[in-house]
Design a protein around this ligand. Structure first.
Ligand SMILES: [Zn+2]
Length: 72
């Protein structure tokens, strides 16, 4: 067994872990700072402030789940 190879594998795993961490952080950042629509783009109903603050959304909960169901 080569210790150099084991070390290299660890380094790659560590790097991948860091990249995943970074990606998650970036994703969270974009979710929290992203702009949310005040009114649903689908039905025009006002989107609750709590939902707009929680995630950057463009649709109300009903339309969002409908869109997710239909895969659009
Ligand atoms: Zn809607």
């Amino acid at each position: 067994m080569s210790t150099a190879l084991a070390g290299g594998t660890d380094a790659i795993a560590e790097r991948m872990e860091k990249m995943t961490e970074l990606f998650v952080t970036e994703t969270r950042k974009s979710i929290y700072t992203g702009e949310s629509a005040i009114h649903c783009e689908e039905c025009g109903e006002p989107i609750p402030e709590a939902r707009r603050k929680a995630i950057a959304c463009r649709y109300c909960l009903a339309c969002q789940s409908q869109l997710e169901l239909t895969g659009k």
